[in-house]
Every structure is written in structure tokens, then in C-alpha cells.
Design a protein around this ligand. Sequence first.
Ligand code: WQD
Length: 339
Amino acid sequence: MKILVTGGLGFIGSHTVVELQNEGFDVVVIDNCSNADEKVLDGIKAITGKTPIFEQLDLKEKARVQDFFKRHPDVEGVIHFAASKAVGESVEKPLLYYENNLGTLVYVLKELIKKNRANFIFSSSCTVYGQADSMPITESAPVKPAESPYGNTKQVGEEIIIDTCKVTPNLQSIALRYFNPMGAHPSTEIGELPIGVPQNLVPFITQTGMGIRKELSVFGNDYPTGDGTCVRDYIHVVDLAKAHVVALQRLLNHDNESNYEVFNIGTGKGSSVLEVIQSFERVSGKKLNYRIVGRRPGDVVEAYADTTKANEVLGWKAQSTLDEAMRSAWAWEQKIRSQ
Ligand code: WQD
């Protein structure tokens, strides 16, 4: 059975391709390589022994999206990762984000709904909750006004799917709201490859550990949390990838209860920035060089998932601890710096 993974050379996309192949699916990857390298295909093959079909294609080109689906009528499902995801950049370049994240979603959906049954998994984000009123966050928590155009593209993306599902019974969809993905495949054949200075905490920590960055700036320790630093739900990328396969199988087996379902994908455990630093120090045996600086605008104080729905309805639960995820992130950092 053939599954399309858009953005399949990216961090979460590539790990999901591996898990799909492990489950026996045939995978075709579309990626425009704007934020990923074709060499990721070698890493996937090194893990599974299989190279997915790959087409370098920009989903902003409507005619090419139409042509792709004409040439691949046997695609049974789509997992849609392709999007720009840098919060700060989205503030500087909103139109780039609205075109790239929403225009492409519309083009993919327009082709997909021509099928008798269109199975669609959407990469969403806990960002849609903003600063939720209570922890842990359930799927019924209100969606708050987005803090950035990036976050808004996730909210509007979900609304586009909801509105389409209302009038398109053959479109069957699940939105997965990720918390904070981290780590790398245990084989160290694939992992996170941030371009330039990492915006996210964990790659900045591992690059500081490698001496690539002089010190980590901790953005504020005067928040109303245990140790004053922000709390997030850090989930191993392999656990996250497996959630996509389980969600896809739910649609393929017609087990879904409506044609638009939403699941929080996290560990259910919150960790502060300082706790993440301590995790790095435990698994690496190295002291991390960091300094407390001012708050980063737009940061929420706390965000960690209530995973009851994913556990009980989806039948999925994160397996890895923070230290196990950090160990994989550190092993990956060491591997790529040794090449
Ligand atoms: C985590 C914590 C920072 C860097 C982002 C995206 C979100 C989602 C998950 C895609 C915060 C602190 C960070 C640094 C720091 N991605 N930090 N120093 O902001 O929770 O969410 O990833 O769906 O959309 O926005 O992740 O890793 O940037 O920050 O102190 O150099 O680490 O203040 O408290 P975030 P993050």
C-alpha cells in the first residue's frame, strides 16, 4: 500500500518514513529540499534497507501537484509535514508562511479528495493552544489567538480541513498536535539537522555540548514555575513518528469515529529548561555552559499534554523518557560532527 509523505526528508517526516516502512508500507516522499537534504534518503535506507520513491517537488506549484497525483493514482493516504516552521521567521515573512503552509495544503487536499476515500494526517502543533488555562492540556482546551503567523498557519490549516470535511465525506482526516519533538533515531542514521543557529532548545544544547556554540542562553528564570524556567513536553521523535503510523492505520481500518479527529501527541510530562539541561549533563557527563538571560517574546510559561485520548482512543503512548530522548540527541550530534 502506497503512502505519500510530504516533507518526508525533514526531521519528523524522515523518522515517520522509517516507521511506515517498518510496518510494510510503500512510501513516496515529496520534498522541495528547502530545509532538508536528499542525503536523508541514504539514512532511511541504512535503517530499513529500502529507499522510498522520492520526487523533489515544490507543492506551491499547483500544476506539479496535480501531475503528481495523476502519476500516482495508487496513493492510499497522505501524511502532510511539508511546511515552514520557524516561529521567528514567520513574524518577519508572514506571506511566505501563508503561501507555503496553507497554499500547499489546499493544493494537496484538492487532489486528494478526488479519490473515493482520502486518508489524510495533518501535522499540527500544541502552538494552537497558546498559553492554555490549565495543565495538562486536553484536546478540548480552547484554541487561542496565534502568537505568530506560523502558529496561525496551524490553526487555519485545521480549519481548512474541518471546513472541507464538512462537505466531503470521502475525506477522512486526523490532526496530530505535537508538543516538543526532540532526539534522533537510535541508529544515528537520521536526526535533526537545523540550518544555521538552532532556534529550538535541544539542538542548541547539544551544539553547545559539542563546543559549536559558546553557551546556551536560558530565556528567563522568573516564570511562575518550579524553578522559574518555562515548562514543555519533550517527546522522542521516534515516539512521535509511530503516532503517525497508528493514526494512519486508524483511518485505513475505518476505525475513526468522525472524519476529523484531533489528538495531542506528547509524553504527558512537563520538563523545565533547567531540567532539560540537567538531563543533558546526566547523559553526556558534561557540564553545560549556560547563562540566564531575559525572556523570549512569545514564549508560553507551560505546555504539556494530557495524552489520555491518544492513549485510550488511538492506542498509542510515548515510550521514551527525557533522558533516553536526550541520549539519542547527543549521540546524533556526536555522529554528525565526527563526519
Ligand atoms: C523550548 C523552551 C524557550 C532556545 C517550538 C515551536 C512550536 C513547536 C515546538 C512545531 C522555551 C527555551 C529555547 C534557547 C531557551 N514546533 N529556550 N534557549 O518554543 O516550545 O516550541 O517547538 O510545531 O511550534 O515554536 O520550543 O525549543 O524553541 O523552546 O531557553 O536557545 O526552551 O524559551 O521555554 P517551543 P523551543
